[in-house]
Design a protein around this ligand. Structure first.
Ligand SMILES: *Cc1c(COP(=O)(O)O)cnc(C)c1O
Length: 453
């Protein structure tokens, strides 16, 4: 697409002016960057015309493929009306319609929608609503959150405070507010493959119960990623754990905050991960798949009970004093509405079941590779963990960059991946065809074999 001089210029400007997220820039500067120019379905196309399968749905966001005609057209139609107007004191059409739609498609009881721009802010809002809710209820000593080892809820300070990944968060310890972190039980690490064991579930739930008892009357809420922890390494929760946490939250009279930023919009094979265990949280956060990977938009949904606690006379200062400039952006809301319309038109949740089945069947093959220690899959979210020695479960050292090396090998073969340390993540758009999926799996298999065997 680009002539050679343009290409050189782009690379030079990238290295001169850009600071990439979650990237060691010293490494980056020595490498030849892939610069994406276009998208076509599940393919990303770079400035040299190379086509890559988008194996991670552009950071876990894409659902129906890139450059989708219906999404494009919804966006263009809205653009011809207006790109942005504020929700602070005024309203707009797509924000109203999307709020109604979200209430209709989320678990029962979630009847109010608060918009923001990304997953981290959706979580911040949930935490702040919980804190303020308890103040209005006259229980301001409820100001602690129970959260979990390996949890990831975003990179802003509040979201980090309820995170559990020391590599990301420990540098900022001095900024983080105090919470109650539930340590993974020993049995969890020794029996990961057997992750629906009731033993693991009971051990986790006992820890949560203990924390609730030890902090009686002080817990504002329990926050978790339902069914699968994403950035922590695609770690599966034992079956029934989510339901168990919900029951504990109810028993102890605290709030349940479910972070569906990654799991929402069909990723787990149901529209919401909560549906697998018939869970109705008090607060639900959604972002990544909300606009099918098109625009930054997020929402925090909550119940009538919580919403009503904020009602009062103007001078009582019960207002929720929080809002972002682009809250309820009409372009984002319009494309989100079309995203949901496609789910409904194409009965996508039903359609994706065959894709999930095929994916899970084929993943078994990966155990024939000597350095594949663990394969964890939940719907269309997969983590393949590489190990130096799978029998003795010895991990590769961080410096070996095994995950990064496998992803480079996959890139050579035509797939874009991004690892979580030694775990290779597969998270393709839900609309990937079986043939495309096969090709993604073949590439991944060969890349792992090439680097590790
Ligand atoms: C990605 C993610 C976030 C943060 O979302 P951003 O849009 O990157 O701020 C929060 N929670 C979960 C579970 C996520 O996967």
């Amino acid at each position: 697409m680009q002539n050679l001089r343009d290409r050189e210029k782009l690379v030079e400007w990238d290295k001169n002016y850009l600071w990439h997220p979650f990237t060691q820039m010293q490494d980056w500067l020595t490498e030849d960057p892939v610069i994406i120019e276009r998208g076509e379905g599940v393919y990303l196309i770079d400035i040299d015309g190379n086509r890559y399968l988008d194996g991670i749905a552009s950071m876990w966001t894409n659902i129906h493929g890139h450059n989708h005609p219906d999404l494009n057209s919804a966006l263009k139609t809205q653009l011809d009306a207006i790109a942005h107007s504020t929700l602070l004191g005024y309203s707009n059409i797509p924000a109203i319609k999307l709020a109604k739609k979200l209430v209709a498609i989320t678990p029962s009881g979630l009847n109010k929608v608060f918009y923001s721009d990304n997953g981290s802010t959706a979580v911040e809002i949930a935490l702040k609503i919980a804190i303020q809710y308890w103040q209005h209820k006259g229980q301001s000593e409820r100001n602690l959150f129970i959260h979990f080892d390996n949890a990831y809820h975003g990179d802003t300070v509040g979201a980090m405070s309820v995170g559990g990944i020391p590599t990301f968060h420990s540098i900022f310890n001095s900024l983080l507010f105090k919470n109650v972190q539930i340590t993974a039980p020993e049995v969890y690490y020794t029996s990961r493959k057997d992750c629906d064991s009731t033993l693991v579930k009971e051990a986790w739930l006992n820890s949560v119960n203990r924390a609730l008892i030890e902090n009686r009357g002080r817990v504002a809420g329990i926050i978790l990623e339902p069914l699968i922890q994403g950035a922590g390494g695609m770690l599966l929760a034992p079956k029934g754990f989510l339901k168990g946490v919900e029951e504990l939250a109810r028993q102890h009279g605290t709030l349940l905050i479910v972070d569906e930023v990654m799991t929402g919009f069909g990723r787990t094979g149901r529209m919401w991960a909560c549906e697998h265990e018939d869970v109705s949280p008090d607060l639900l956060c959604t972002a990544k798949g909300l606009t099918a990977g098109y625009l930054p938009l997020a929402a925090t949904l909550t119940t009538d009970d919580i919403y009503e606690a904020f009602l009062g006379e103007y001078h009582e200062l019960k207002t929720f004093f929080h809002g972002h400039t682009f809250t309820g952006n009409p372009l984002g809301c319009a494309v989100a509405l079309e995203n949901i319309a496609i789910f409904e038109r194409e009965d996508l949740i039903k359609k994706v079941q065959a894709t999930i089945q095929h994916l899970h069947d084929r993943l078994e093959e990966f155990y024939t590779l000597h350095h594949v220690g663990d394969i964890r899959a939940c719907g269309m979210a997969v983590g393949i963990e590489l190990m130096e020695n799978t029998e003795r479960r010895i991990l590769y050292r961080f410096e070996e960059k095994m995950g990064i090396r496998v992803c480079k090998a996959a890139l050579e073969r035509g797939a874009i991946l991004r690892p979580l340390v030694n775990t290779i993540v597969l998270m393709p758009p839900l609309q990937i065809t079986i043939a495309e999926l096969d090709s993604l799996l073949d590439i991944t298999y060969k890349a792992i074999a090439e680097v590790t065997e």
